[in-house]
Write a protein that binds this ligand. Structure first.
Ligand code: NIG
Ligand code: FE
Length: 417
């Protein structure tokens, strides 16, 4: 077979091959091939196996020797708020002095402060700031990411955010999936008129967002944000418009958002820091992906992390994401999230890698295309500058990604010797 590129002699090739999402003990299986090779043709994976076998079948235009390297699928980051304007470094300092996230939010800061900055920015300014972040995500190995709206909170501004997400998706190598999060906060102009704002979200913004390319609808179901009943109303309407469902549930307080996600067949329920065991079981039964975001409690200096070990025991589909946002977690690196998942949630390096690739692809309904290195999938590939995949969890604060291929194209070059 004639192929475009042959990557061979990988010390550890992590295929993460699987017919479905990985749960329980299967999360420890990375489909690791020693002395592995991949052949790429027309941007897709054409052959995978031992170097000897793949070489025997492939006639390559270009070859890359990956000896002493880990070769693995690009990270999928299933939860980001990457498009925003401005900074909340001042709030960070207030928190260091003892103010809490919920207090700052109740005083009109928090999400609303980023809403003000985002509304003031032109699309071009929003794009320029967001471009730097998505570029950093790529450098750290993310090749597919979800991006939420939710800093516009009126029709024109939410559409501006969607436009920015679509434009980044078109012009930047990272593939982006848009989520409508009109129910992120009650905007100032609707203060005390929550139900009226909900009417606008459900009757006006949601249908428009669905038409403008949003794939998912999310809601911030928590204290100081949206109640369980309000969240239900939004998600039921989104379902009727054909959108996939996501929910920010149990980040601060237990409101029943996880059970709601399971009941409505949501694609994912995210955060899940204080979710009761009964609701975890419902998520496992429903097949709703649990997207865990350990960067957020870390960013807030909190003590409580999602009970990942228990979730894995119960058979949940566990995924990891950054939650990149200016308020709780300005972090572009899935590598850092893996390091945190190991230390703060007891996940093994292998489990954390599966959660950041294949299971994260399920959280975006993109598993047919990305998340593992299997024949027919997109050639979204990382070459690490280490020979041991465990270094992704063991070492932290730097960048182990030496090269990134997106759809078979080299998009993040750094000389591999
Ligand atoms: O996932 N919780 C809601 N949304 C974000 C925070 C957004 C913000 O503070 O700007 C989160 O933590
Ligand atoms: Fe979030």
């Amino acid at each position: 077979m004639r192929v475009d590129l042959l990557i061979h002699s990988a010390g550890q090739l992590l295929t993460i091959a699987s017919p479905g999402p990985k749960t329980g003990p299967a999360m420890s299986d990375l489909g690791l091939i020693e002395d592995g090779a991949l052949a790429i043709k027309d941007g897709r994976i054409a052959l995978v196996g031992k170097s000897k076998e793949v070489r025997a079948q492939a006639e390559a235009k270009e070859e890359l020797d990956a000896s002493g390297r880990v070769v693995m699928p690009g990270f999928v980051d299933p939860h980001t708020h990457l498009v925003f304007a401005g900074s909340r470094a001042d709030e960070f300092e207030m928190r260091l002095k003892g103010a809490t996230y919920l207090e700052i939010m109740a005083a009109g800061g928090g999400i609303m402060s980023t809403v003000r900055a985002t509304r003031q920015a032109t699309v071009e300014e929003l794009l320029a700031e967001s471009w730097q972040r998505v570029d950093r995500m790529l450098a750290y190995g993310t090749t597919t990411a979800e991006v939420k709206t939710g800093y516009g909170l009126n029709m024109a501004q939410e559409l501006k955010m969607l436009q920015a997400i679509k434009s980044l998706d078109r012009t930047h190598p990272v593939d982006l999936v848009a989520t409508f999060l009109g129910a992120h906060a009650i905007p100032e102009e609707y203060k005390g008129r929550n139900e009226e704002y909900l009417d606008v979200v459900v009757k006006e913004m949601l249908p428009q967002a669905a038409q403008e390319g949003a794939c998912f609808c999310d809601v911030f179901c928590d204290e100081g944000a949206f109640t369980l009943a309000q969240s239900r109303r939004i998600l039921e309407a989104a379902k009727a418009w054909g959108l996939g469902l996501k929910i920010h549930a149990d980040e601060f307080k237990t409101l029943g958002g996880a059970a709601l996600a399971a009941e409505l067949g949501a694609t994912s329920a995210d955060h899940l820091i204080c979710t009761p065991e009964e609701e975890l079981r419902l998520l496992a039964e429903a097949g709703t992906v649990a997207v865990l975001l350990p960067g957020t409690p870390f960013g807030l200096g909190g003590e409580h992390y999602a009970p990942a070990r228990r979730m894995i025991e119960l058979g949940l589909r566990v995924a990891l994401g950054t939650d990149l946002n200016p308020g709780t977690c300005w972090c572009e690196s899935m590598q850092f999230v893996i390091a945190l998942a190991a230390r703060k949630m007891g996940m093994t390096p292998a489990e954390a890698i599966v959660a950041s690739t294949l299971n994260a692809a399920y959280a975006l309904e993109k598993s047919a295309e990305v998340g593992s290195l299997e024949v027919g999938k997109k050639a979204d590939i990382l070459i690490l500058e280490t020979s041991d995949y465990r270094d992704l969890a063991y070492r932290f604060g730097g960048n182990l990604v030496a090269r990134v291929f997106k759809g078979g194209q080299s998009v993040w070059p750094k000389e591999v010797d």
